[in-house]
Design a protein around this ligand. Structure first.
Ligand SMILES: *Cc1c(COP(=O)(O)O)cnc(C)c1O
Length: 249
């Protein structure tokens, strides 16, 4: 059977282009990140060979498992999953160029320590919980500025943007509120002129809501299902895991 990845990719790129056009934005103002959790390396390879350059993984284990097959094809990997502090050392082994899910100070401090030790730097996005759901990771919107001020003091971390997962809802206006909130936080942070903080990227929008996210200013959309098909694991497996330990910390 033909791999539908190529057709799906074409369709997603069309959706992104149409959404940009409808919002009066240049077509190249939105970058596609392939959300590749559970997707086997050879199917990711198909997408990379078709010209894609950015993937996002949720688990260090998966990055490790796919590393060898993918390393011959130039691309960037962003970490988009919940990151436990005991996985920091591992995630730094695999050429991850940005951690989009930085959402708490203890993680930032431990990351900073490790990067300093290795003499390296890392781009990060601050993940914000714009839907106010307990099941989602991310710093509370009202805590974002405070966290960013603290992360800005970490010399080896470079804050490049914000990331969020919108509310899962058929009510588009409720979804839109999440994205608008993230954009508002970006504007607020930029108006503070915090040294070392360059809030250019807004990573928001997925298979079901990328048009709304683009209307509200997304610069990166993260798409999995619409390209690679349904996953067998529920997303709660990726998004709620470790929640208990997070509440303790
Ligand atoms: C899985 C995932 C996506 C992609 O979601 P789809 O609905 O499959 O497009 C985006 N962002 C994060 C953080 C994810 O875990």
């Amino acid at each position: 059977m033909d791999d539908p990845v190529i057709d799906n990719l074409t369709h997603i790129l069309d959706r992104i282009a149409s959404a940009c056009k409808a919002s009066g934005r240049p077509a190249d103002s939105v970058k596609l990140l392939l959300a590749t959790k559970t997707v086997p390396a050879d199917r990711i390879k198909t997408a990379l060979l078709a010209g894609q350059t950015l993937i996002g993984e949720n688990k260090v284990q998966e990055i490790r498992d796919k590393y060898e097959v993918l390393q011959s094809i130039p691309h960037q990997t962003h970490y988009i999953g919940h990151l436990q502090t005991n996985k920091i050392k591992d995630v730094l082994k695999y050429n991850v160029s940005c951690i989009q899910s930085l959402d708490r100070i203890d993680l930032a401090e431990k990351l900073e320590q490790r990067l300093a030790l290795e003499g390296r730097h890392m781009d990060v996005f601050i993940q914000v919980n714009t839907s106010f759901e307990d099941s989602k990771f991310g710093v509370a919107p009202e805590e974002a500025l405070n966290l960013i001020r603290q992360v800005a003091l970490c010399e080896h971390l470079h804050i490049k943007g914000l990331m969020t997962i919108g509310l899962f809802s058929a009510d588009n206006e409720q979804v839109r509120k999440c994205f608008r909130l993230l954009k508002g936080i970006q504007l607020q942070i930029n108006s503070e002129n915090i040294a070392g903080v360059e809030m250019t990227d807004l990573s928001m929008g997925m298979s079901g809501d990328l048009e709304i996210a683009i209307q509200e200013g997304a610069t990166i959309v993260r798409v999995g299902t619409a390209i690679f098909g349904q996953r067998i694991y529920p997303d709660s497996y990726y998004w709620n895991e470790g929640q208990d330990s997070q509440q303790v910390s």
